[in-house]
Design a binder for this molecule. Structure first.
Ligand SMILES: Cc1cc2nc3c(=O)[nH]c(=O)nc-3n(C[C@H](O)[C@H](O)[C@H](O)COP(=O)(O)OP(=O)(O)OC[C@H]3O[C@@H](n4cnc5c(N)ncnc54)[C@H](O)[C@@H]3O)c2cc1C
Length: 154
């Protein structure tokens, strides 16, 4: 019976990991944006370089799509009639999407911060080191996909 309790706990653990991954990704985006508006290279702010703006928009795009899935999952978790295999599969997919967003945003933020992104004291540097904990902890990406496929019946 103890194992059953642990198994049931996994869904909420994975949901919380996804929510925290979104928060970490957002912190990276905000730090990168602030830095890009401040730092000047070759006579321009970083944000005035198109390639930097595109990187920021790529981060914002992933954040927006992750938030939509996160909010939809939270809504379904609160509805007794929506519990079941499909919701478990959705939590698996959400965990993978959110941790991939964290990985992408941490990487893009460190790149945008340049040498500063390597320094202790920036949020992005700290979050970058934690990416793999969220991607592996509570069930690695491959395991999430396997579980989702079983819940969806294939
Ligand atoms: C910082 C940290 C804190 C943790 N805290 C806790 C905790 O508090 N409580 C707790 O119970 N656990 C905790 N864990 C354990 C965590 O849940 C496991 O590390 C995680 O589930 C992966 O299991 P594993 O380390 O045994 O890797 P493995 O199962 O050995 O997997 C290694 C790699 O092989 C892949 N793999 C394994 N099996 C398959 C398969 N069938 N098909 C395809 N690929 C596969 C995995 O995806 C992964 O990439 C923590 C882990 C970390 C890193």
């Amino acid at each position: 019976m103890g194992f059953l309790v642990i198994m049931n706990n996994f869904n909420m653990e994975r949901f919380f990991l996804a929510a925290s991954s979104y928060g970490f990704a957002l912190a990276c985006y905000e730090e990168a944006l602030e830095w890009a508006q401040e730092r000047k290279t070759f006579g321009k702010r970083l944000v005035d370089h198109q390639v930097v703006r595109h990187k920021l928009v790529d981060m914002a795009t992933r954040l927006t799509t992750t938030l939509a899935l996160l909010e939809d999952t939270a809504y379904r978790l609160g509805k007794p009639e929506m519990q079941g295999n499909e919701l478990i599969a959705q939590i698996c997919m959400l965990k993978n999407v959110a941790t991939q967003t964290m990985q992408f945003c941490a990487d893009a933020a460190v790149q945008t911060l340049g040498g500063m992104g390597f320094m202790r004291g920036t949020k992005s540097e700290r979050i970058y080191r934690d990416v793999k904990v969220n991607m592996i902890g509570g069930g690695a990406e491959e395991i999430m996909k396997d579980l989702a496929s079983r819940q969806l019946g294939y």
